[in-house]
Design a protein around this ligand. Structure first.
Ligand SMILES: NC(=O)c1ccc[n+]([C@@H]2O[C@H](COP(=O)([O-])OP(=O)(O)OC[C@H]3O[C@@H](n4cnc5c(N)ncnc54)[C@H](OP(=O)(O)O)[C@@H]3O)[C@@H](O)[C@H]2O)c1
Length: 187
């Protein structure tokens, strides 16, 4: 897929979410110190507390994901229960059992109906497209720099304000991590 510019991405997504909308678009991800989020189509860490945090944060909310992230979920976990699952793909024939299929991020946001909060849950392509229109980021910041092929976009401190942080101490082989929430600054 040809890479779109930031402005084009923003325009495309704003057709679904006008700037004065009361809806919140939130991104949720587990991110390394090098912004790593995945390798070979898989997650980088198995953090049970983070799984719980993800489940509790997104419960009852529509979740939007790229086709590759959908396919990376174990079949027993998809669709993610208790949430409207929306999968974005260019493939018009694609079928995802238990999920809606959208032709673009903008379409996915429209399919979420009038839900007040929508979560974009990955992967790298979807985060990149949703970042320009996101209001909130829920990042699990992991104190690790793993080898990776999928990365979260830069979180620019001029644009994003940290509003909460809960540190979690490492146990066994699991690295330290923190649940951090950011809100887009109003300029
Ligand atoms: N650490 C975390 O929190 C986290 C969370 C989620 C995922 N991940 C990781 O991220 C990696 C996957 O990320 P990824 O960037 O490779 O894939 P992805 O974003 O999950 O999915 C990419 C696919 O989504 C579809 N797509 C993207 N933009 C589209 C658009 N505008 N219109 C229509 N379809 C569109 C395309 O599907 P088609 O090719 O079918 O057209 C594209 O190939 C994996 O390693 C996964 O484990 C990590």
């Amino acid at each position: 897929m040809a890479k779109s510019t930031g402005d084009e991405l923003k325009m495309e997504s704003m057709r679904a979410i006008p700037p004065d909308s009361l809806r919140t678009v939130a991104l949720i991800a587990a991110v390394g110190l090098n912004r790593a989020i995945g390798k070979d189509g898989q997650l980088l860490w198995r953090l049970p507390e983070d799984m719980r945090h993800f489940r509790d944060t997104t419960r009852g909310k529509p979740v939007v994901m790229g086709r590759k992230t959908w396919e990376s979920l174990p079949e027993t976990f998809r669709p993610l229960p208790g949430r409207l699952n929306i999968v974005v793909t260019h493939n018009r024939e694609y079928s995802a059992r238990g999920a809606l299929v959208a032709a673009s991020l903008g379409d996915a946001l429209q399919m979420a109906g009038d839900a007040p909060e929508i979560f974009v849950i990955g992967g790298a392509e979807l985060y990149r497209q949703a970042m320009p229109i996101a209001h909130r980021l829920h990042l699990t910041e992991v104190a690790d720099r793993p080898d990776a092929d999928a990365f979260f976009p830069e979180v620019n401190a001029d644009a994003w304000e940290e509003v909460s942080r809960e540190a979690v101490r490492a146990a066994g082989t699991v690295p330290d991590f923190a649940f951090v929430e950011y809100r887009r600054r109003k300029h």
